[in-house]
Design a protein around this ligand. Structure first.
Ligand SMILES: [Zn+2]
Length: 392
């Protein structure tokens, strides 16, 4: 898509497709708080902070956009506080774009503590036990107050299995159709909230559900396209299904998402998953894996994964990866990082997080470069060879 003469006078968000290589694509997504080069990985800032990282450090490693969790921010600090700051950006000192989830996944994760009805989800607050009710309308109101650049519709995440039995076609269909009715309510509520706002528009994304069934995924996508959204996400993956199932649904659904809108794979995953996702045509990713694993001393590198707590690193003078340009690799030895992990020093978690996020963002940059140069398949083969080689 080319920009009209005179620049960005169209309603945002604008999505400029720059290059295609097979299904993989490079694009530029214009949002209220800045431009995001895709494909991109979004570090997860659950409570309004990417754990162990300052906004300056995130900027230094090249994070263009971060994710915030609607559910958690609604409970703490609460909307009164965030509204006082005019939104999440000023409250947390982050000036670049933010995507917020709808809270649906967190509520769903409460398991037996929540009750789903047509109207919404009733649950007990995990913070203080208060009885709360989350609906599509409430979720849109919260995300509007957060002023997220990208808001997500409120949906139900279909479980992969219940008590060891995979979700049936009929149950997955009923869940997906409930999500569609909530998608329509989300769209209407969002339009009403945005009606009084002038200037640049924040984006609202639809979420494709349908469990492990291609026919249901297609039905979900068709209905979401009819409602109309600024971008489309694939939800309900990485919820306990075998990897082959995830890849089957991904490779079916991703290329069918509208070509001229951003495509987001929610909550996935490993470096291999990101490469598979980009190969299938995905633009946006998020996952807690690089930050959560870092705090346990699990590092991702181009040569495979490195578990810092392993005794073999006790006297290893080398950096995590000699070719990595991050602060942790430029300055510290594996032996020191191993020591920090063993004594649970906060600095150990911080340095490991810096390295892992730097690696994830560098991986995305490498993919953008490879797509622009028309050599994504070569890149993908080399990536696979290196990752399976193992760390020295
Ligand atoms: Zn590094």
């Amino acid at each position: 898509m080319n920009l009209p003469p005179g620049g960005h006078n169209r309603a945002m968000p604008e999505f400029e497709l720059l290059h295609r290589d097979g299904q993989a694509r490079c694009a530029r997504l214009h949002l209220s708080h800045g431009v995001v080069e895709t494909p991109i990985f979004m570090p997860v800032g659950t409570y309004g902070a990417v754990k162990a990282m300052s906004p300056r450090e995130l900027e230094e490693i090249g994070a263009h956009i971060i994710l915030g969790n609607t559910f958690h921010l609604w409970l703490r600090p609460g909307l009164d506080t965030i509204a006082r700051f005019g939104g999440l950006h000023r409250f947390i000192g982050w000036e670049r774009p933010i995507l917020t989830d709808s809270g649906g996944f967190q509520v769903w994760s409460l398991g037996a503590l929540r009750r789903i009805s047509e109207e919404g989800v009733a649950f007990a607050s995990p913070v203080n036990g208060d009885r709360l009710f989350l609906t599509p309308e409430t979720s849109m109101q919260i995300q509007h107050t957060l002023d997220s650049d990208i808001a997500m519709i409120f949906d139900e995440c279909t479980p992969y299995e219940r008590d060891g039995v995979p979700t049936s076609f009929d149950d997955a269909a009923a869940s997906m159709r409930l999500s569609l009715r909530w998608a329509r309510r989300s769209r209407d509520a969002w339009n009403a909230l945005r009606a009084g706002v002038s200037g640049a528009g924040n984006a609202l994304f639809g979420i494709v559900q349908g469990g492990m069934f291609e026919a249901l995924r297609d039905e979900s996508l068709g209905a979401l396209v009819d409602i109309g959204f600024d971008g489309f996400a694939i939800g309900g993956l990485s919820v306990g299904e075998p990897k082959e199932e995830m890849l089957r649904v991904l490779s079916h659904s991703a290329p069918r998402l509208p070509e001229h809108a951003p495509r987001y794979l929610m909550g996935v995953g490993t470096p291999e998953d990101l490469v598979a996702g980009v190969a299938a045509g995905i633009d946006l990713f998020d996952c807690v894996l690089p930050t959560r694993n870092a705090r346990n001393g699990w590092l991702f590198t181009q040569w495979g994964d490195l578990k810092l707590r392993n005794a073999r690193y006790r006297i290893d003078e080398r950096p995590i990866d000699e070719q990595c340009a991050c602060y942790a690799c430029g300055r510290f030895s594996r032996a020191y990082l191993h020591h920090l992990q063993k004594v649970n020093e906060i600095l150990g978690a911080r340095l490991a997080t810096i390295h892992n996020l730097h690696y994830y963002l560098q991986l995305m940059r490498s993919m953008r470069d490879a797509i622009s140069a028309g050599r994504f398949e070569t890149f993908r083969a080399e990536f696979g060879e290196r990752r399976s080689r193992g760390v020295d």
